[in-house]
Design a protein. Structure first.
Lengths: 417, 981, 197, 91
């Protein structure tokens, strides 16, 4: 279909918007592909896009059990940043952020990437020192980071109560290039662009089995029949264990639930992304006007996509403690996602014990920002059958080897990061 | 005359009293019992807001929580509440409301030009444009979109009101106090069950409030409930969510109907309700019909117009038309006629029905087989256009100032759906009703499609009784039910009348039927995709009136039954709820409890500057007038310790009593070093690893008796260590006979450190020989301190001769004072966390910033502590290659080459003239007192080999780069002569 | 030197008198000094411990969720195989010493008299006030005199023990957290009014 | 919100408890080596369905409990003490 642009909108508007066609086709699955990607979230769709775009592999299917983008991609708080401590991580996320910066143009789809700045507040010496270590690590790796004093925080986000809370604010670590993107548009944009490059996006097609012969993948069984492929990439987030179970091995993942919330629509109130260092809380405002916010995990494994009250109360309480002006605004809706938590909080983009089976997984609650980077590295790993330098450390075997990527030093699954 | 549309009599308003309020600055009057909406209508105010995208004029559309249009900014100043539904605001004297989302005046909003641009502002247009030039998004396009989007304005000021949380338990929770809910609560209450009846409205009754003839039954029911001691009626309480295992959340609006909360009264209270059984009697929401201009002020849901007439005594229009698809809606026409309005026309797509006949008999002009195809007017309805159902083009015009519409009723299945019940399609009602329950829940009345007050009450009574029996109570005699005929609510399935102009399916978010079709054309055909692409049902009303209409338009476009298309998923909250209420009172200073040692008052009196250590407050330092700055205080305190003697509160350290015949074996397994060989009366420094081989915690543990150990942990890890010990005892080694008790709070701790420490201790402690031979380094003994029982430890964190006295916490202040007195001749000074940090850095002792969950014992130079024989937690995995890799960063000491140049924790260490890659980082830094200048500890690749070399401490964040020398971490007294002196 | 009176953890905040609203059924709060001793049975010695407790204190160790009253002390169940012995404050360490002697070889004994703080709340408002933070059901059908439960109130671990039908509840909290807990109690009771003895 | 029936204390809110991992893994013996410990500490069944898991009743009796819980519906079918095999308890 023709590209999207302002001119097309004008032209279509004049003819009653009757010429628009599906943003991606709805093909029936073929019996075989060069690569099958399981999972039509951002990561799976991005994998397919980069397989086609970078590696010229176009005979690709993305299999999605429901509608695309209705997993974590469609339910996250949309924070995009690359402010990580460990070089293995910050280099990867920076690569991803750079892809974000040109994503609209590469996809021909407005994913509303908005580099409005992400501030992580700190409240005591220990937190400030950790922020310095992290920020300096970023700077030494060529990533933008700034340290803000209290005035700097006030200037970026005047509503933050610097003094009256239980934990007065000492300052913040700012990444100006960080921000938010429109979650749904990311899935749709990748789908649109992958489809335009020949990828089959097959919705309502659940993978129910893995065909493994002689230690190598041969294809998948699905609710829409068997589909053969010499290479299969998993991008199913919280459902990874279910799929690897089908392939006959276990992975270091626990699936936990994380809630998110949105307020009623408001005129612009909060212009950046702020996270409260003392109480697991982060907030930003969507372009539609809702305050989008969240906190920590509910604290136990769940595939239920729904959260519960105590953690919600904590999130709201942390919110008001940081920004007392929120009190009279109203929460509109809450929901939850199914998080693939790893023992060290860092992801896997790697080969697996089954030949020809690859995965991008273990994104915990931080994988939205990784969407383009994950797809890019996953596609590389699939195409070349070896990891790129950027994801070389993100293996399943790192725990066997004692090379954990534990950003926060919490220890295995504790609980669960 | 004020309130020209107020009826002379009837309804639940108190005409004997007047309440004055303002809207957009103009003053009006209403009565107690009014909502803001009913009072505005009584005063003839029709135009109350502007729409989200096209800034179209909007009026009052409903009479309840489902309101999409009449959103106002309520109150002003710090109490301003944007997006407040005028239809649920109880009127109070002095109420001030302002219309929102307009530029210019409400009557002339220049953003209404957006309406002309509508062909280009269709669903999802923004995804397809604004991409070039790339840099314009943040600078130009996005700010424009953001400003245009959103609804009301937040005050931006701290909320002055208070909120509470509360907990409730019951056998049966009944949600909704309409006929069904009242009957359910009565039936359940009669069995003796504990019942809570929650109703979001100020007045219980639901639709009964619109039925004057049934008022006796309502009052009788309320009286009966009030007489049941185990029944609690909670008005103004919205049940907002149904969570797992019979837990529901509710918010009680305690003082929203008042100008401001009275003293000691919260504005709202949030309830967590745990119910054995739940009866949902939440009624139904009337649905709109999509037709061009269905959003014009003057178009109103039929049930709402009926409610304004009957409950509020307000005539919402004078010349009224009804557009309905079922008999149930006709009562609205009768109600308006009773109220003195003229019924201009009744438009109904059906050929005939009993209600139509009654309407004809009443003399109303019934236009059977026809539909409304357009509305006429500007900011207020002046008339409608009709045409034959199934026809096209323009038809007759009828003048009307109120068009009542009803496309049928949507059972309020929100809570049932949240509880896990699937929804089932009811072909007759053209609606989704709750399917089989997933929890101990049942629906009754209109929320499961049982219409008619008599039928709903009977249904409610049955549900209430069944719930009580399921909760374990014996059946009670039947209750009296109201006698009322059931209107037929089964609608003709008419969802949309197509024509020129915008036919809205979501009035709040300006989503039209065409938008839904566009979404389908572009492949967003799944209901969840269509919702997100168009923002249908994503506003503050979550599509209560039009959600299913959008789904129906989509179903038609897809050519599939609505039952298959379904509705978007229901989620908390049934209605938006105040942030403050969800947060409760644990906010601000009480967000987390503040933990204080028993010496808090002593430090306060000594002028301590406080710092947070986890949830503890600890003294950072004790400034004196002569100190130039904080550093001067810290250095002074540290110097006192190095040169004379200092005193410090160490009560926050975790303390665990480990007792039992297997205590020593247990400690050998949880510590990386050995404790079974520790003699009674001695302490040992211990290191705990996590199972993954990383250092978990450290501390000194003393053997108090053969089977008794006094374990100390770091402040931060006290809780986790206790849990870790409990877990391993319970799950891994249940055969060990060991008991654990947290004694952190029982024992306060005071450290006395410095060359003069022994003299000071001698002045405090009695009953012990303190000589170095009798009480050497690492000795422990019970004693008396200043006349109270105490335990003396000879341990040192500072690197000086030092003791810690532990005593029952209530005596700590007493002992502290005794030590201060005994130390006065020696120049004793209290020292805080900062000096403590300085001293331990000089000594090379690791603390939280080194024990950060990422380091191994080897990394910290403590590798020799790991025992060679026997199992212990972390032993095996500590041997993984990545953890024994010699290139891992090792603990080193660092000194700034220029003593005046500060180095900070968080600096990275670079090779001078190198490639700028990080070789390690500084974990802790301070000024030194033994050798003035800046020093630190750090973790450095090849650390040991680099001792003696120079590195750069780089802090690009602050533009600093300071040359440092790598030195041994043990900067002060490496031979430990002083601690053993 | 004779031992001084220990400082009360709430000395700085619990000012006697009336707080909050002027209702006619305020919450009554007292701060009795009590000795508390944690008793943890040795593996397999529960029966012998029960006999020793009977002999020394005149009561059997109460079952889970219950308390027992003996001659000059009470016991509250706190954990499987563990109880809190409580008695009005006596000589420092005396209750613990008595328990240690009586239970030698049968139980580990830890004095917690300073580590825990007891607050008694009483009166018709007590249940409603506690419901502001207490997640467990204190309705007479679910709880009652002689019942005890460990729970968490306002983020602070709290042992709730109902002592009579007034109703009166003995609340035992960690001493270093007694102050924020007490702050919560005053807030929770404000709409009824609180009278501190 | 979960309500976990503690065998000692009765049904209590989830807020009083903390989750501590899959209860079906057993710590290997000291000589079992890195691979066995890797399996114990890291590899997870992570079922979409019934799971036996550790919960500590931290704010109540502090006992570690085994809880049989469904990870989709959150239904709790049985709770046992640490040393019991998990079967439906009597009370
Ligand atoms: C509440 C919340 C807040 C978050 N906040 C942020 C944030 O601010 N910033 C950030 O960077 N990250 C955040 N995250 C994390 C982020 O959302 C995820 O890491 C990321 O979106 C994962 O994308 P994905 O494509 O891997 O997974 P998903 O989007 O979940 O996609 C996986 C897809 O696989 C499909 N699937 C599963 N099993 C099968 C099968 N058998 N057959 C076929 N298909 C299958 C699923 O249906 C799903 O569509 C948050 C997550 C949540 C839940
Ligand atoms: N205006 C109308 O014509 C109309 C509207 C609805 C029902 N009905 C009729 O009412 C009768 C049915 O009675 P019913 O009792 O089933 O419904 P009802 O509408 O009379 O009562 C439902 C009650 O539940 C309350 N409620 C809904 N959700 C709630 C929540 N989350 N928290 C707290 N309260 C909540 C509502 O405020 C209302 O008072 C039938 O005759 C039906 O036809 C008529
Ligand atoms: C960034 C973001 C913004 C959202 N804004 C809204 C909103 O304005 N209105 C709304 O009803 N839902 C909003 N949602 C929530 C969605 O409606 C939906 O609940 C969420 O995507 C999860 O899907 P589910 O509830 O269908 O499971 C938003 C979600 C996200 C991730
Ligand atoms: Zn318990």
């Amino acid at each position: 279909m023709p590209r999207y642009s302002g001119f097309r909108i004008l032209a279509e508007g004049l003819r009653g918007n009757s010429g628009w066609q599906p943003a991606w086709r709805k093909p029936a699955p073929k019996s075989s592909y060069d690569v099958v990607v399981v999972g039509g979230g951002g990561h799976g769709l991005a994998t397919a896009f980069y397989l086609a775009e970078v590696h010229g592999i176009r005979n690709v299917a993305v299999l999605e059990k429901g509608p695309i983008g209705h997993g974590n991609t469609g339910r996250n708080t949309t924070i995009v940043r690359s402010n990580y401590l460990l070089p293995e991580n910050n280099n990867f996320y920076e690569h991803s952020l750079k892809l974000w910066e040109g994503l609209e143009q590469s996809l021909g789809y407005n994913v509303m990437m908005s580099q409005r700045g992400v501030i992580n507040l700190f409240h005591n010496d220990a937190q400030r020192n950790a922020a310095l270590r992290r920020g300096n690590s970023m700077r030494l790796n060529g990533i933008d980071a700034e340290i803000l004093d209290r005035d700097g925080v006030k200037a970026m986000c005047p509503l933050v109560d610097l003094d009256n809370g239980r934990y007065p604010v000492m300052g913040g670590l700012l990444q100006r290039r960080g921000g938010t993107a429109r979650h749904d548009a990311v899935a749709w944009g990748f789908a649109h662009a992958a489809d335009a490059r020949g990828v089959d996006i097959i919705e309502h097609c659940e993978v129910t089995g893995m065909i493994v012969e002689g230690g190598a993948i041969q294809g998948v069984r699905t609710t829409r029949g068997e589909i053969r492929a010499p290479k299969v990439g998993l991008a199913v987030a919280g459902h990874t264990s279910t799929l690897t179970d089908m392939a006959g091995f276990r992975v270091p993942i626990e699936t936990h639930l994380l809630q998110a919330f949105v307020s009623e629509g408001l005129k612009p109130l909060i212009d950046c992304v702020v996270t409260f260092g003392a109480g697991h809380f982060y907030i930003s405002q969507s372009d539609k006007g809702g305050l989008v916010f969240g906190g920590g995990l509910d604290g136990y494994p769940s595939y239920g996509q729904r959260g519960t009250l105590p953690e919600a109360e904590h999130v709201y309480a942390a919110g008001i403690s940081m920004i007392p002006a929120l009190g009279r605004l109203r929460g509109l809706r809450s929901w939850a996602g199914v998080m693939d938590m790893t023992p060290d909080g860092s992801p896997y983009i790697c080969k697996t014990p089954v030949r020809g089976l690859y995965m991008t997984a273990g994104w915990c609650y931080g994988g939205f920002k990784a969407t383009p980077g994950s797809g890019w590295c996953h596609a590389w790993t699939i195409a070349k059958d070896e990891p790129h330098r950027l994801n070389a450390a993100h293996t399943l075997d790192r725990f066997r080897e004692g090379r954990m990527l534990d950003e926060r030093g919490n220890g295995p699954f504790f609980w669960a990061q | 005359m004020s309130q020209p549309h107020r009826l002379a009599a009837g309804g639940h308003v108190d005409r004997t009293r007047r309440v004055s309020f303002t809207f957009d600055g103009r003053r009006y009057e209403g009565h107690p019992g009014d909502t803001l909406a009913s009072a505005l209508l009584a005063n003839g105010v029709r135009l109350v807001g502007r729409s989200f995208k096209y800034h179209r004029p909007r009026g009052i559309f409903s009479a309840g929580v489902e309101e999409p249009n009449a959103l106002v900014e309520l109150r002003d100043g710090a109490r301003r509440e944007p997006n407040t539904r005028a239809t649920v605001v109880e009127l109070f004297d002095g109420l001030a409301a302002t219309s929102q989302n307009r530029r210019g005046s409400l009557a002339f909003d220049w953003m209404a030009v957006n309406g002309l641009l509508a062909p280009w502002l269709g669903a999802g247009f923004y995804y397809k444009t604004f991409m070039w030039p790339a840099a314009y998004w943040e600078r130009v396009y996005e700010p424009l979109i953001r400003k245009a989007a959103g609804l009301g304005r937040a005050s931006g000021l701290p909320d002055p009101d208070r909120y509470e949380a509360a907990h409730a338990h019951c056998d049966v929770l009944v949600v909704g106090a309409g006929a069904a809910g009242l009957a359910a609560a009565r039936a359940a209450g009669a069995t003796g069950a504990r019942v809570i009846l929650a109703e979001q409205d100020a007045l219980p009754g639901g639709d009964l409030l619109n039925e004057p003839g049934l008022e006796p039954w309502r009052t009788e029911a309320l009286a009966a409930l009030a007489a049941m001691p185990e029944v609690t009626i909670m008005p103004r309480t919205t049940v907002f969510g149904f969570y797992d295992q019979g837990v529901l959340g509710a918010v009680e609006r305690v003082a929203d109907h008042l100008p401001e909360p009275p003293p000691h009264t919260p504005r709202q209270r949030s309830w967590t309700i745990r119910a054995r059984e739940v009866v949902l009697a939440t009624g139904a929401h009337e649905r709109l019909i999509a037709f061009p201009g269905n959003d014009r002020p003057g178009v109103m849901l039929a049930g709402a117009a009926r409610s304004y007439a009957r409950r509020f005594g307000v005539r919402a229009g004078e010349n009224v038309a009804l557009f309905a698809t079922h008999d149930g809606a006709y009562d609205a026409a009768f109600a308006l006629a009773e109220a003195g309005a003229r019924i201009a026309a009744i438009i109904d797509p059906r050929p005939d029905s009993p209600a139509m006949q009654r309407a004809r008999e009443a003399g109303f002009a019934v236009r059977a087989g026809s539909v409304v195809s357009a509305t006429v007017g500007g900011t207020a309805l002046r008339g409608i256009e009709l045409r034959a159902a199934g026809g096209s083009g323009r038809g007759d015009a009828v003048a009307a100032d109120l068009l009542m519409i009803s496309g049928g009723w949507n059972p309020a299945v929100h809570l049932a759906s949240m509880s896990g019940a699937a929804l089932a399609w009811d072909e007759g009602l053209q609606a989704f009703v709750p399917g089989p329950p997933a929890q101990r829940e049942r629906s009754a009345g209109a929320c499961r499609g049982v219409h008619g007050i008599g039928a709903a009450a009977a249904d409610g009574a049955a549900a209430g009784r069944a719930a009580a029996i399921a909760a374990g109570f014996a059946a009670a005699p039947d209750i009296a039910l109201p006698d009322a005929p059931a209107p037929d609510h089964r609608p003709h399935p008419l969802w949309e009348v197509r024509g020129r102009g915008k036919a809205f399916v979501d009035i709040q978010d300006d989503v039209t039927a065409d938008d839904i079709r566009l979404a389908h054309r572009e492949g967003f055909s799944h209901i969840e995709h269509a919702k997100r692409y168009t923002t249908h049902a994503m506003g503050t009303d979550q599509g209560k009136t039009g959600g299913i209409v959008g789904a129906a338009v989509l179903a038609e476009a897809r050519g599939e039954p609505l039952a298959k298309v379904g509705l978007p998923r229901f989620r908390p909250y049934t209605s938006p709820i105040a942030w403050g209420a969800m947060a409760g009172e644990g906010v601000g200073a009480h967000f987390q409890p503040t933990r204080r040692t028993s010496l808090h008052a002593v430090h306060e009196a000594a002028g301590a500057v406080w710092m947070d250590a986890g949830i503890w407050k600890r003294p950072a330092y004790y400034p004196k007038r002569e100190d130039a700055d904080a550093w001067a205080s810290v250095l002074r305190e540290a110097r006192a310790v190095r040169e004379r003697v200092g005193i410090c509160d160490v009560s926050t350290l975790g303390k665990i009593a480990v007792e039992g015949p297997d205590a020593a074996i247990f400690l050998d397994r949880v510590y990386a070093n050995t404790f079974s060989t520790l003699p009674v009366g001695r302490a040992r420094y211990g290191l705990m690893l996590r199972e993954d081989g990383i250092v978990f915690d450290d501390g000194t543990t003393s053997r108090i008796g053969p089977d008794r150990f006094f374990v100390t942990t770091t402040t931060a890890q006290a809780g986790p260590v206790m849990q870790h010990l409990e877990f391993h005892l319970a799950s891994v080694w249940p055969e060990l006979d060991v008991s654990l008790a947290s004694i952190t709070d029982q024992w306060a701790g005071i450290a006395i450190a410095g060359p003069k420490a022994r003299e000071v201790i001698a002045g405090v402690v009695s009953g012990l020989d303190l000589s170095n031979e009798a009480f050497p380094f690492m000795a422990v003994a019970d004693c008396m301190a200043a006349g109270v029982p105490a335990r003396l430890f000879r341990i040192s964190f500072s690197g000086e001769l030092a003791y810690e006295i532990a005593m029952p916490a209530g005596y700590a202040a007493h002992v502290w004072q005794a030590a201060m007195a005994a130390g006065a001749p020696h120049g004793i000074e209290p020292y805080g966390m900062e000096a403590l940090g300085l001293l331990r850095i000089e000594k090379g002792h690791v603390a939280g910033s080194e024990l950060n969950g990422q380091t191994t014992a080897q990394d910290l130079g403590l590798g020799r502590m790991l025992k060679k024989k026997g199992d212990f937690i972390g032993r095996v995995l500590a041997q993984r290659p990545g953890l024994t890799d010699p290139s891992r960063p090792r603990l080193v000491g660092l000194r700034s080459l220029d003593p005046r140049r500060q180095i900070r924790a968080g600096c990275h260490l670079l090779l001078p003239g190198g490639d700028g890659s990080s070789q390690g980082w500084i974990t802790s830094a301070t000024q030194s007192v033994v050798d003035p200048g800046w020093i630190g500890l750090g973790l450095l690749r090849d650390g040991e080999a680099r001792i003696g070399s120079e590195m750069l401490a780089a802090n690009p964040l602050m533009g600093e780069e300071v040359p440092v020398k790598v030195i041994s971490p043990h900067m002060h007294d490496p031979e430990n002569l002083r601690v053993r002196a | 030197m004779s031992a001084p009176e220990p400082t009360h953890p709430l000395a700085a905040v619990a000012t006697p008198g009336r707080h909050g609203a002027a209702g006619d059924a305020p919450l009554r709060v007292t701060l009795p000094r009590r000795d508390l001793v944690q008793v943890m049975a040795r593996r397999g010695r529960e029966e012998a411990l029960a006999r020793a407790m009977q002999d020394t204190f005149g009561m059997a160790p109460p079952a889970a969720g219950r308390s027992a009253t003996g001659r000059d002390a009470s016991a509250v169940w706190i954990q499987p195989g563990a109880w809190m012995l409580t008695a009005p404050r006596g000589a420092e360490g005396a209750l613990a010493a008595r328990a240690a002697a009586a239970f030698a070889g049968l139980a580990a004994v830890e004095d917690q008299s300073h580590g825990r703080t007891t607050i008694i709340v009483s009166g018709p408002a007590a249940r409603a006030v506690l419901a502001r933070g207490c997640r467990i059901d204190l309705h007479p059908r679910a709880f009652g005199p002689g019942r005890a439960a460990g729970t968490q109130i306002a983020h602070v671990s709290c042992l709730v023990h109902q002592v009579d039908d007034a109703p009166s509840f003995e609340l035992t909290v960690f001493s270093t957290l007694a102050e924020p807990f007490f702050h919560w109690l005053l807030e929770a009771g404000a709409s009824h009014g609180v009278v501190i003895a | 919100m979960l309500r976990i029936p503690c065998p000692h204390c009765g049904p209590r809110d989830e807020a009083e408890f903390s989750y501590r991992g899959d209860a079906t893994v057993t710590r290997p013996g000291p000589e079992d080596g890195i691979e066995a410990f890797h399996g114990y500490l890291y590899e997870r069944r992570n079922p979409r369905g019934w799971q036996v898991e550790w919960w500590q009743h931290g704010a109540g009796c502090r006992a570690f409990l085994k809880v049989l819980r469904h990870t989709v519906t959150h239904e709790i079918r049985a709770v046992a003490t640490a040393t019991e095999a998990l079967e439906v308890p009597e009370a």
